[in-house]
Design a protein around this ligand. Sequence first.
Ligand code: AMP
Ligand code: MG
Length: 324
Amino acid sequence: MIALGIEGTAHTLGIGIVTEDEVLANVFHTLTTEKGGIHPKEAAEHHAKLMKPLLKKALQEAGISIEDVDVIAFSQGPGLGPCLRVVATAARALAIKYSKPIVGVNHCIAHVEITKMFGIKDPVGLYVSGGNTQVLALEGRRYRVFGETLDIGIGNALDTFAREIGLGFPGGPKIEKLAQKGERYLELPYTVKGMDLSFSGLLTEAVRKFKSGKYRIEDIAYSFQETAFAALVEVTERAVAHTEKEEVVLVGGVAANNRLREMLKIMTEDRGVKFFVPPYDLCRDNGAMIAYTGLLMYKSGVRFKIKDTIVNQRFRTDEVEVTW
Ligand code: AMP
Ligand code: MG
């Protein structure tokens, strides 16, 4: 079976084509800026402009024509309204024009589900991206969120910090580079409330320290990472202890960070559980994960009518019944 997936919840438009065990194509384009953040409307315009060329590129890369596709999947939420609507409209147009079934996919679940293409069975997922930060795992027939950010996503915190110190978007990789040159740990707010996280206090204090002019920026970046990542690892470890699951996967754009990987590797080795990070193009926002999850959903009997394809900006992870 062949599924085509369209991802576009935020700044990245991605189109992926997959079978049950192979990624045939996975192309994307991300809206970036030299300075400042991104505006939802600009991102939506970006997606609309690139939809056709990216679709063509994906089909070419897969060496198939649209007629060969068995199901069209799209990211239904959570995400930015204007972006989601562009994606849903494109998916509906394709489904109607070529008489293909359509399936709406939860973006957060898709980030974790793609790891199953690599033999992962039932993981605790740490999903860390720009807008989202959650620790999720299957419990019964639903993904349950064991812990999540109460304010901003970790990627967003890194991006905002980068912007405040005059670096462009995305800021995560730039902060990582600076942090590698850090030498001194500076005390910053560490906030874990129950199983949930908060990064706004940390962000405010890091910016304050920067503006004071009293500290090396490398030391602030280093301390920012150490503090935020320790909190992420703590919550992930507690979810592993609670669920007794034997696999941990790290997904989302922030999974690129080597220090976060290292800290999770140490924790999982200590506990004797498996740790897996998918290839980066399947970690970041991408169409292949949407296609793959859509394929699993469709094969398990999930069917959408066009009226079911309305976007859901606040689509909750635990809203989806996992039938596959
Ligand atoms: P996503 O929202 O999943 O597309 O991921 C984008 C986010 O990942 C942005 O907030 C980036 O700043 C962040 N990111 C990308 N590379 C890194 C990195 N090496 N370290 C930390 N964050 C990163
Ligand atoms: Mg994402």
